[in-house]
Design a binder for this molecule. Structure first.
Ligand code: PMP
Length: 380
């Protein structure tokens, strides 16, 4: 959708993009300055495969001070973004035929990475009514002797849902009965959480050793282009990820790593500023979405997405008589008629929804929601 949106823009059409998953802020100056200094200091050579020890130590410190989690640097593997970390974990853990349990909606790449590893995704469906969160009973029902990994994000892309400590504790009770299942906890949106402090499933001692935390710098520090992520895991999994990465990408960009050290050492001031803007925009979009007949939404607890239900438009026709059959059709219609780029929920495993990113200016959000309302009003 982003690509189609760019093509329309190239034809001179004013398209508002609510389709991309990245903060619309610039990387904070102190982080940029650290990168400039890294160049001047000649951090321009190959770095250690799992990352510079100073960066891994900064990550260990962050996990202790922000999350009260104990790791040592042998358990940290820095990568070319959380995406590579997810891929490393899946490729090292999953053998052909292994089952990976994934709540829907999920971030698009999860299921495709499982395909690459020749595993099998087993989905647990959630919906608006459950705030897009699974129950322990649903988890229990999805487990089979072939279950190898459970993977989820909290805060979630695409729904913004955040699991509370109690909800995680209830899931942990199920995992305690199934000691062979690993848990991949994607915490990339950790700092964009409007309800509470971030809760990691790794805080529960009974499962910590089989939790793999994936996190990174893209969202918290508006560093999507720098490609910097990491895992925190038990030593064996960390060593396997290191080994795999050593034969594929090697250590990630030396300059990004030096900047990452400063990002973590200098604290969260810039993140809190960004979060304030996201909170304001969340209210704005929530109110505007609620004014659109036929659209249902919840108030997401984190990240910067809405995942409204739009199935009431299925079966309706546009001005040329084309029928809207699914969420992709609706997203295409919104792009071509409303000139707003969104993403159909089918990409995330739930077809009755679309995803809107509110990482855009207040003015463009107001205009985008006006256009969406107008375009949907024309369907009959
Ligand atoms: N996990 C989730 C849930 C994401 O939304 C994204 C980015 N859209 C990533 C991982 C990948 O992040 P990175 O830029 O660090 O590769």
């Amino acid at each position: 959708m982003t690509k189609l949106g760019r093509e329309l823009s190239a034809k001179g059409i004013n398209v508002i993009s609510l389709s991309v998953g990245e903060p619309d802020f610039n990387t904070p100056d102190h982080v940029k300055n650290a990168a400039k200094k890294a160049l001047d200091d000649n951090y321009t050579r190959y770095s250690p495969v799992p990352g510079y020890p100073e960066l891994r130590q900064a990550i260990v410190n962050k996990l202790k001070t922000e999350n009260n989690l104990d790791y040592d640097i042998s358990q940290i593997v820095v990568s070319t973004g959380a995406k590579q970390s997810l891929s490393n974990v899946i490729l090292t853990l999953i053998n052909p035929g292994d089952e990976v349990i994934i709540p829907t909606p999920y971030w698009v790449s999860y299921s495709e990475m499982v395909v690459l590893a020749e595993g099998k995704s087993v989905y647990i469906d959630t919906d608006l009514e459950s705030n897009f969160k699974i129950t322990p009973a649903q988890l229990e029902a999805a487990i089979t002797p072939k279950s190898k990994l459970f993977m989820f994000s909290s805060p979630c892309n695409p729904t913004g849902s955040v699991y509370s400590k109690d909800e995680l504790a209830a899931l942990v009770k199920v995992f305690e009965k199934h000691p062979n299942i690993f848990i991949l906890s994607d915490e990339i949106y950790e700092h964009i959480n409007f309800v509470d402090q971030h809760e990691s499933i790794a805080q529960f001692d009974s499962v910590k050793d089989r939790v793999i935390i994936v996190n990174g710098f893209s969202k918290a520090f508006a560093m999507t282009g720098w490609r910097l992520g990491y895992i925190a895991a038990n030593k064996e999994i960390a060593a396997a990820n290191d080994k795999l990465q050593g034969q594929t990408t090697s250590g990630t960009c030396s300059i990004s790593q030096r900047a990452g050290i400063v990002a973590y050492e200098q604290g969260l001031e810039s993140v809190l500023e960004m979060k304030k803007a996201f909170l304001r925009r969340r209210e704005l979009v929530y109110n505007l979405l609620n004014e659109i007949p036929g659209v249902k939404t919840n108030l997401p607890d984190g990240a910067f997405y809405f995942f409204p239900e739009i199935s009431s438009f299925f079966g309706k026709k546009d001005a040329d008589g084309n029928v809207i059959k699914d969420s992709s059709d609706l997203a295409l219609y919104l792009l071509n008629v409303g000139h707003v780029a969104t993403v159909g929920g089918d990409s995330f495993g739930n077809d009755n929804y679309i995803r809107l990113s509110y990482a855009a200016s207040d003015e463009s959000l107001v205009e985008a929601l006006r256009r969406i309302k107008e375009a949907l009003g024309k369907l009959s």
